[in-house]
Design a protein around this ligand. Structure first.
Ligand SMILES: [Zn+2]
Length: 444
């Protein structure tokens, strides 16, 4: 154990200068290899050891921010629990005050927008190389631990990732795949003119063992599965990694059966990159990477993240907008790692507001899909009043009157018999501005 912690500490103590090297060259690939090696060492470390390291790094980041970032100047030596929780709106109100004044990083600064799934997009900055090394490394580590068949395969995202360079790490560069041009900037579901036929044709033309691992949003994978079933096309895929939205058990089963492959998830956001991956032995639960993120679950269930992969605009106690709960650790996980395990309970804007209490829509949604994943292509729930809902549905041919009655019963069982639900049938439901599909909206 001594050796492992030595190794981890040695890696994470490397000077920042180590990361400032031209990207996409041999050196960068070595840096990623080293990073993956350190994450693998973290897999074997006791989670208490990882958590100690995590807290030490959080304190060190706070010291750095206290010296270089205006917002954090007065908190340099503050007790951790007394630090304010920062929200997206704080960054938006005064982004300058969260930027590091450290001249060392200013020439390697990149600007990006968040997807805007929790409101209008946030413009944020990150330090190019360190960030991309983490992004590529953590993805590769996740794919390995999820037993994805990655050898000599491309990894293809169906939406324009902010960090496109990272996906060049797995053999074929995704820019080299000639059908990438068919994917518009916001992904294959960016508009009503879906490109499923082109996309599928190109995948079918490839040898099965050459087909790429797809990184998609759950709503995209689900719709693609429906499309291939409706068109009687059998497309076998090696592996699908889902990111960015919720997925019910029945939706996952439907996607897995359709493409004859495993479907797994990672926990990631644009501004923070890959924070964890699904435990293969506890589906639905996420293994964390404490060596790169200090994660806190606050009393109200909010997840607050402190990220060590961005010194340009440090995220300290950042409320990401998800609620989570810890799964009690009892030593080594059956999947082989000692990493902490949490369950993401959904976004805090996914709450159904009833008189006097709130209920997460995610749980209700799982029941709505129950044994019906093959009948629903898209579903969006809108709460119009405390006791009134509109369900917007894009259905497949097998959806019938009984399904509507059953879904109505799900609402009444969960929310009370006086709840009113109106069903609206559509051909296609546009995703949100960011390309992410909005499953629940509240108008109250
Ligand atoms: Zn596990």
């Amino acid at each position: 154990m001594k050796f492992i912690s030595d190794y981890i500490f040695k890696y994470y103590d490397l000077p920042a200068r180590f990361f400032i090297k031209p990207w996409k060259d041999f050196y960068a690939k070595q840096a990623v290899k080293l990073y993956v090696g350190a994450l693998e060492a973290g897999d074997r470390a006791d989670f208490r050891e990882l958590e100690t390291l995590s807290y030490k790094r959080a304190r060190r980041l706070l010291e750095y921010a206290g010296r270089n970032v205006p917002h954090w100047r007065s908190y340099k030596n503050a007790a951790w629990q007394s630090l304010p929780i920062i929200s997206k709106s704080d960054y938006k109100a005064d982004p300058e005050s969260f930027l590091s004044r450290d001249p060392y990083f200013s020439s390697h600064r990149k600007s990006f927008n968040t997807s805007g799934s929790t409101g209008s997009p946030l413009n944020y900055f990150y330090e190019h190389y360190r960030y991309e090394i983490h992004h590529g490394g953590a993805l590769l580590h996740a794919l390995r631990n999820l037993k994805a068949p990655i050898e000599d395969r491309a990894v293809l995202t169906t939406f324009r990732a902010a960090f496109s360079g990272s996906f060049a790490l797995f053999g074929v560069r995704y820019e080299d795949l000639d059908f990438v041009d068919m994917l518009p900037a916001q992904g294959i579901l960016g508009s009503e003119k879906m490109r499923f036929s082109n996309f599928t044709t190109n995948l079918l033309m490839m040898d099965e063992e050459k087909r790429p691992i797809l990184i998609m949003r759950p709503s995209q994978a689900f719709l693609l599965a429906h499309w291939t079933v409706a068109n009687e096309i059998k497309l076998r895929l090696p592996f699908i990694l889902l990111v960015g939205e919720n997925l019910s058990r029945d939706q996952r089963k439907f996607i897995e059966n359709t493409f004859d492959c495993q479907v797994r998830m990672i926990y990631s956001s644009r501004e923070l990159s890959v924070m964890g991956y699904e435990c293969p032995a506890n589906l639905g639960f996420i293994h964390l990477l404490p060596e790169s993120y200090f994660m806190e679950i606050l009393d109200n269930g909010d997840l607050a993240v402190t990220s060590f992969v961005n010194l340009t605009m440090p995220f300290i106690r950042y409320r990401i907008g998800d609620k989570a709960e810890v799964k009690t650790a009892t030593g080594k996980c059956p999947c082989g790692v000692w990493r902490p395990l949490i369950k993401i309970l959904g976004r805090d804007n996914h709450l159904i507001k009833l008189a006097g209490k709130s209920i997460s829509y995610s749980a209700l949604e799982a029941y709505l899909y129950n044994n019906r994943a093959d009948k629903i292509k898209q579903m969006q729930c809108v709460q119009e009043a405390p006791d009134s809902f509109r369900v917007r549905l894009c259905r497949s041919a097998s959806f019938n009157e009984a399904d509507e009655q059953n879904m109505l019963a799900v609402f009444k069982n969960a929310l009370g018999s006086t709840i009113k639900v109106r069903f609206e049938y559509l051909d296609f439901i546009e995703p949100g501005e960011s390309g992410k599909f909005i499953t629940f909206r509240s108008l109250i």
